[in-house]
Design a protein around this ligand. Structure first.
Ligand code: 4UU
Length: 548
């Protein structure tokens, strides 16, 4: 077994789901492994336009993309940014890069020019795959941060905006004529994807996830859920999953896209979440499973557009990325009056740094619990002050995680890596307890991260931006509770000249410089000073206490 023996004082909670074994193969090979039995079935289909690809096409096209990318001069190990809304081509682009050995940095497609530029520079991307719809923004970012980078555009036509870009379709056509590259240097521990996360503190950082990390996590989930996964055979049954969580984020990328493709599901992609388009997908397709974040669970419950019969074929709803309460689930069942053993609610706990899933509530009965460590994962709770392990139920501590799914580290940031990975353990920055059944519950966040609709907002990024306002001395940003988004950012600001700036001016100053979900919807409050510890770190708990 790959886990070292527990050291003195370590109180390790093992997975109840048995021993893990996983194959040492690249992600794309793992994804395509069982394709034979469903190659003619639909892999991806656009929920708006109906554009679709079978599994055989998806596999072939991604292989052509791989050959073309290498033919263009990109080399294994080079970084390519995928900046795409959820399109039926997104997985093809993704798996094509992996097949070429190219490292993918996944970028939020709603980002502003500045936000995109930062990630392009930090990751050292040499090429970009984007779509016509957002090409203008992406092009500005490329021009500003990495002139000379290759720009590939997915979509029906290349217009004047993108005339110097390479159509994705051309790469598929050309790739078909190119020879299969002779054996590449492939190592299981090579970095495969580089999503960005702010971790426990500071600015967003590149999270180095290897083929091992992701294949392991896919297998960890598959082994944990093995009785519940139905793989189509001879075209008899296929899972149908709407893909509304963005694939740039680890949850949409691994747990939805890669995991469902590994098991032959049909992905119905939606480029943008709008209530109307989502409802249309639910109405027109016998969907079998929903993978959601809590605000969308609330949407299903509260929207009059969502009818009970849309859920007739749904057997599981998974929620993750932010806290879900018992009441949220009770209200859902009340509205739809569906039998609780017919449609089960399950919570997953994940983090970019762990590829992502670490704990899962498999029974679908303890709604507010994140369950237990999945197959191949170990957990501990460590008191952040005494550094002693929690050994008894209902005592809280910081959740520590160990397993083959834990990242290699942060790109070019040894300090943050050393703070986050200690002795093989990932320090999650989340506070949790376990109950008498060893089921875990998240109660709080030790780290400064804010989650708006399940997506990361780094206070440090907003603080740095607010400080560039001419009349701002200092700023401290925290998340405050919000009914619709879970949390929203709010700023405490120290002005240079008191009374010379209004709170709305600070909110407006931020607007447009960052994506909409990062705006200061929680408001701004002026203070005389910010509470800090002796080393100058902002004490966010004290800031939040000012609101009580
Ligand atoms: C309370 O959010 C994610 C990944 C989520 C995910 C993925 C696959 C959940 C279920 C699943 O199956 O990643 P990040 O990196 O954006 O954010 C990580 C942080 C955690 O540290 C924690 O604070 O998001 C929070 N979080 C949760 N909080 C994640 N899941 C939960 C949860 N309850 N279930």
């Amino acid at each position: 077994h790959y886990f070292p023996a527990p050291k003195k004082g370590e109180h390790i909670i093992d997975s109840p789901f048995g021993q893990l074994s996983y194959p040492e193969m690249p992600i794309h090979e793992y994804v395509w492994e069982t394709l034979q039995s469903y190659s003619h079935m639909i892999a991806t289909e656009c929920g708006v336009t109906g554009r679709k690809y079978t599994y055989a096409q998806a596999r072939d096209y991604s292989s052509y993309i791989a050959r073309s990318l290498l033919d263009m001069g990109l080399k294994p190990g080079d970084v390519l940014a995928i900046i795409l809304p959820n399109l039926p081509e997104s997985p093809i682009a993704f798996l094509g890069c992996l097949e070429a050995g190219i490292v993918i940095t996944s970028v939020n497609p709603i980002y502003t020019v500045d936000e995109i530029s930062k990630q392009l520079i930090s990751s050292g991307a040499k090429a970009v795959i984007t779509s016509t719809e957002i090409a203008e923004t992406v092009k500005s970012a490329v021009k500003q941060s990495m002139p000379g980078a290759k720009l590939i555009v997915v979509d029906d036509q290349v217009n004047s905006m993108t005339s110097d870009a390479i159509p994705f379709e051309d790469l598929i056509k050309k790739g078909k004529t190119l020879p299969v590259p002779s054996s590449r240097d492939f190592a299981f521990d090579n970095v495969a994807v580089l999503p960005y996360s702010s971790g426990t503190t500071g600015l967003p950082k590149g999270v180095m996830l290897s083929h091992r990390n992701i294949v392991a996590n896919l297998k960890m989930m598959a082994d944990t859920l093995k009785d519940d996964i139905l793989v189509p055979s001879n075209g008899v049954f296929q899972q149908i999953i709407p893909v509304i969580l963005p694939m740039y984020h680890i949850y949409g990328m691994v747990t939805v896209m890669l995991s469902k493709m590994t098991t032959g599901g049909k992905l119905i992609t939606l480029p943008k979440f709008t209530p109307e388009s989502y409802v249309r997908v639910l109405e027109r397709n016998p969907v079998t499973e929903l993978m959601l974040v809590p605000p969308i669970v609330l949407f299903l419950t509260s929207s009059k557009l969502v009818k009970k019969h849309f859920l007739d074929h749904v057997t599981y709803i998974t929620s993750g990325a932010a806290p879900l309460s018992d009441t949220d689930v009770e209200r859902f069942y009340e509205k739809f009056s569906i039998a609780r053993d017919k449609l089960k609610f399950r919570q997953g706990y994940g983090m970019t740094e762990s590829s992502p899933v670490s704990l899962y509530e498999k029974t679908g009965t303890k709604y507010s619990s994140i369950g237990r460590p999945i197959c191949g994962c170990q957990a501990r709770l460590v008191d952040p002050i005494t550094k002693k392990d929690v050994t008894t139920p209902r005592q809280t501590g910081e959740l520590w995680i160990r397993g083959p799914h834990v990242m290699k580290g942060y790109l070019n940031n040894q300090k943050a890596t050393e703070e986050t990975l200690q002795d093989g353990w990932l320090l999650t920055g989340d506070i949790a307890y376990f109950d008498e059944d060893s089921d875990f519950f998240i109660t709080d966040r030790l780290k400064e991260l804010i989650k708006v609709k399940g997506f990361q907002v780094a206070p440090a990024e907003l603080e740095a931006l607010i400080r560039t306002h001419p009349n701002v001395e200092e700023a401290g940003v925290v998340g405050i509770p919000d009914d619709r988004s879970g949390e929203v950012p709010m700023a405490f600001v120290v002005l240079k000249e008191k009374g010379a700036t209004k709170t709305e001016e600070i909110q407006d100053f931020v607007k447009g410089k960052v994506s909409e979900f990062k705006e200061l919807r929680g408001g701004v409050r002026f203070v005389d000073s910010l509470p800090k510890n002796p080393s100058g770190k902002i004490l966010r708990k004290k800031l939040k206490a000012l609101l009580e």
